[in-house]
Design a protein around this ligand. Structure first.
Ligand SMILES: Cc1cc2nc3c(=O)[nH]c(=O)nc-3n(C[C@H](O)[C@H](O)[C@H](O)COP(=O)(O)OP(=O)(O)OC[C@H]3O[C@@H](n4cnc5c(N)ncnc54)[C@H](O)[C@@H]3O)c2cc1C
Length: 557
């Protein structure tokens, strides 16, 4: 046991690593795929989706020429800052973006999970940590002996203590980053600017211009031969990637993809975006706080907290949302701005030689930080497919089925956050509890109510539930979100005695007090050296769960 704040015995550290159940992980290097695709790829859109797409194509399709067209008159959405752990391997391995460069240009902070001020009446919160499948603290003991899920893992305890998994032992720092997954909080403006610089340096051609029309190529399914910009400029291409945001300038307006709306499950359609001072406390998690007509996100950045009140304009006006947020959180640092959005997807994200990525493909309201994750998953799937065949149209069915299933899974996963949140009584929340369509989650909910937590049940039940589970967050994710909201009290009893569980919890809590804060981490000289082993030991990206699901942990987290 620790004897002073600066002294932890080696025994304790060894014990910690054992508790955290180290997994052997493998590096996937960013290397050119075996893509035979050649010719010219034209990406339309210069937001996060556009640049991640251009970088993916230029990195993984060595024979392809890549251009990115961006309208000078249509701004990017300018939000999208919270991520999930798959972003690290994606940026640093898949795209081979240098760790030091990203930290220099973007200054990301670390996210260990989401703190939900959600579920039961306030004051109440529960953590959804990224290490939720590891159970290093013990969720059964946590529920039985404390009444909450918050002591279920070391990552969750770090969140509650505002610490990150770097343990200080005297003058030495020990990294637990390989055991406690982290994601990034990325300042959107800095992130997109950095991606643009890297893309241009790697040979992507930047073309300012607005797509006004297209020239079609005759074929059975219909393909685009060229896009037409202002002043008669024409850009011919072989593959067109539509990253034009909610407009869907090519995939919807030209190729005729149809909208599939999620309005019956997800009622919000607007956000008021604002900034708050954090007074030096950079919290290592995103916070989702229930509000009268929706919820707010708080994404801690280096200089201040980036926030947004997500609501439904049927239940509040912009002014009412600003007023409520100001009364709740204090004065904003600068003028707020409003962003409109819609939750849903298109029916065919790949038609002919046009593929949609980003908001042009789909979007679910931002509660679980899913959009960048879907961009990364879609791009990897696209490259896997492009790498195998020359005939684009033959591959589109698989891509369309897989991405649509993933979006639908996210819709149902989010729907259970809305259906069971009893934190606030208001017109919006009464309507959400009464009317939210959770049809796609009902099978798993029925079993959950009788056999909670699902992750500890017999292998045969877990495999069966896995087949039903449409969310791809894994059974630990389902358990955490439902138990965190108190959906059932009928939970399997702890297999440990209380004293045994509490002893482990106290030891983990002692270690938490020896861990660094995010502010301290940003000040350490060898920050990049500490990230580097993590980057080289991140999980391999695996194919989408909806295609092949077999384990109870999530492949993307
Ligand atoms: C309120 C809110 C909060 C969010 N929070 C998160 C989050 O925390 N985490 C997360 O992962 N995601 C989040 N997202 C989603 C995320 O912001 C987006 O998915 C992501 O930024 C990708 O956007 P995009 O590149 O598809 O579109 P945009 O950023 O809208 O970019 C569209 C681009 O297309 C160009 N364009 C449009 N039409 C034309 C044309 N005719 N010709 C040429 N160019 C054109 C525009 O100039 C622009 O460059 C959030 C979204 C919203 C609405």
């Amino acid at each position: 046991m620790a004897t002073s704040p600066n002294d932890i015995s080696d025994v304790d550290l060894g014990w910690l690593w054992a508790q955290l159940a180290v997994e052997r992980r493998f590096r996937r290097r960013a290397q050119p795929a075996d893509s035979r695709l050649q010719g010219h790829a034209v990406v339309v859109g210069g937001g996060t989706a556009g640049y991640l797409t251009a970088l993916t194509l230029i990195t993984h399709c060595p024979r392809l020429r890549v251009s990115l067209v961006e309208s000078p008159g249509i701004p990017i959405i300018g939000v999208g800052e919270a991520t999930v752990p798959g972003i690290l391997p994606f940026l640093h391995n898949w795209l081979a973006i240098d760790v030091a460069e990203l930290y220099r240009e973007v200054q990301p902070t670390w996210k260990l999970g989401i703190r939900f001020e959600w579920g039961k009446p306030a004051p109440y919160y529960f953590n959804a940590p990224f290490d939720w499948a590891r159970d290093s603290g013990g969720i059964l003991g946590s529920l039985q002996f404390t009444g909450s899920v918050n002591d279920m893992t070391f990552g969750s305890m770090l969140m509650s203590g505002d610490r990150v998994p770097i343990v200080r032992n005297g003058a030495t720092l020990h990294s637990a980053l390989q055991q406690v997954p982290i994601a990034y909080h990325l300042d959107n403006a800095r992130f997109v600017a950095a991606l643009k610089n890297i893309a241009l340096a790697r040979g992507v051609t930047y073309v300012p211009g607005t797509v006004l029309d297209v020239r079609r190529r005759g074929s059975a399914v219909g393909e685009i031969a060229a896009i037409l910009l202002e002043h008669g400029v024409e850009i011919a291409g072989d593959l067109f990637v539509d990253c034009s945001g909610f407009r869907g300038r090519l995939i919807t307006q030209v190729m005729g993809a149809q909208a599939v709306t999620y309005n019956s499950s997800l009622f919000t359609n607007k956000a008021i975006v604002f900034e708050l001072p954090h007074h030096g406390l950079i919290k290592p998690y995103t916070t989702a706080t229930t509000m009268r007509s929706g919820w707010t996100w708080n994404i801690p950045q280096k200089d201040c907290d980036h926030c947004g009140y997500v609501f439904s304009d049927e239940f509040a006006s912009d002014d009412e949302a600003v007023k409520e947020a100001t009364e709740r959180f204090g004065a904003f640092l600068k003028d707020p701005r409003a962003v409109s959005f819609r939750s849903g997807r298109i029916d065919r994200p790949w038609i002919g030689n046009v593929v949609a990525i980003g908001n042009a493909q789909g979007f679910v309201e931002p509660l679980e930080s899913t959009a960048l994750m879907m961009i990364t998953i879609s791009l990897q799937l696209l490259i896997e497919l492009l790498g195998r065949e020359d005939e684009l149209s033959e591959l589109s069915d698989l891509y369309n089925r897989a991405t649509c299933q993933l979006w639908d899974g996210l819709r149902w996963f989010l729907s259970i956050h809305y259906k069971y949140n009893k934190q606030v009584d208001s017109e919006f929340w009464e309507s959400a509890r009464r009317d939210t369509d959770i049809a796609g989650a009902e099978d798993i909910l029925r079993i959950f109510r009788q056999r909670s937590p699902l992750r500890f049940r017999s292998r045969s039940l877990r495999v069966a539930v896995d087949r039903l589970e449409p969310f791809f967050y894994g059974l630990a994710g389902v358990d955490t979100i439902l138990l965190g909201q108190g959906v059932t009290d009928d939970v399997m009893p702890s297999t440990e005695h209380e004293a045994q569980w509490r002893e482990r919890k106290e030891r983990l809590m002692t270690l938490v007090t020896h861990c660094l804060t995010m502010t301290e981490v940003l000040q350490t000289d060898d920050l990049f050296d500490r990230i580097q082993p993590l980057v080289s030991a991140v999980p391999r990206m695996r194919p989408a769960r909806s295609i092949s699901a077999s384990d109870s942990s999530s492949p993307w987290w």
